[in-house]
Ligand binder design. Structure first.
Ligand SMILES: CC(=O)[C@@H](O)[C@H](O)COP(=O)(O)O
Length: 261
């Protein structure tokens, strides 16, 4: 198969599995899981994970050096556009002018569903300030289009609620978003196991971002490896093109021409 690369904001990646860095036992486990996942892009909650905000404390940067991974600072825990913008400006300072970010503006702490009005507002400001914005959003194709028109470099609709492990609740909406988008569509949140990741990729998503399914597995490193294979298998199945349709009638698998008798 010819080289199949994920391109985000002009940069190419070999892995289509993006992973979070929260909820692990310690930074060593985080590192081991990320290695098993083969991920190149790792997302970091600026409000929760130390990347230099707390001098003297263990820093993720020591375990996952920015020279080896593409950092994707995110705004987990932000409930307004202003908060999200402020958080990403801080990330840019901490990471020496780093531009690639993940925007999420949440609606409430119960559902962690995106507040799309505030997300649109923050996206506009961040794009104007020169950030490359990957954006977490609902699976609403109209909002997804608006975010793309604002200039976001990747659209990241949820599969289901963050941390729920419910898998893909609305493949039909995801399909609509994929069909209309000129930028990568990356499912973010709600993946529970490897088959969910494979389904996202079979639908035509360009990548999958996940955290809880790996970090909260009984064996995070083994699950990370399974996720890697799920994403790769789903991508290959998408590129291969599935048999034309599902039809509840049988056709013999072996040829019937020239049958004896
Ligand atoms: C890590 C991240 O950026 C989040 O958007 C989210 O945590 C991902 O969702 P899951 O934890 O459900 O995979």
């Amino acid at each position: 198969m010819k080289q199949d690369r994920l391109v985000i904001a002009g940069r190419e990646y070999g892995s289509r599995l993006l992973v979070g860095t929260g909820k692990y036992k310690d930074f060593s486990e985080t590192r081991a899981a990320i290695d098993a996942a083969g991920a190149e892009i790792i997302t970091v909650a600026i409000r929760r994970v130390n990347i230099g905000q707390e001098p003297g404390q263990p820093s993720l940067l020591e375990f996952l050096p920015p020279a080896e991974f593409t950092y994707l600072p995110n705004t987990a825990g932000c409930y307004s556009a202003d908060d999200a913008v402020r958080t990403l400006r801080l990330a840019r300072e901490l990471l020496d002018g780093h531009k690639l970010v993940k925007l999420e503006v949440l609606g409430d702490p119960h559902t962690l569903f995106p507040n799309v009005m505030q997300t649109l507002k923050a996206a506009e400001t961040l794009v104007k300030e020169g950030f490359d914005v990957m954006v977490y959003t609902s699976d609403d194709p109209i909002v997804a289009k608006q975010l793309e028109e604002i200039g976001c470099c990747a659209i990241m609709p949820l599969a289901s609620l963050i941390g729920s492990g419910m898998g893909i609740l609305n493949p039909w909406n995801l399909k609509l978003i994929i069909e209309q988008s000129q930028v990568p569509v990356i499912v973010d949140a709600g993946v529970g196991t490897a088959s969910d990741a494979a389904i996202a990729m079979e639908l035509g998503c360009h990548g999958v971002l996940m955290n809880t399914a790996i970090a909260a597995a009984q064996d995070p490193v083994l699950m990370a490896s399974a996720m890697r294979k799920g994403v790769e298998a789903g991508r290959e199945a998408f590129l291969a093109g599935r048999m034309p349709r599902k039809l509840y009638s049988a056709t013999p698998s072996s040829p019937t021409n020239g049958m004896i008798g």
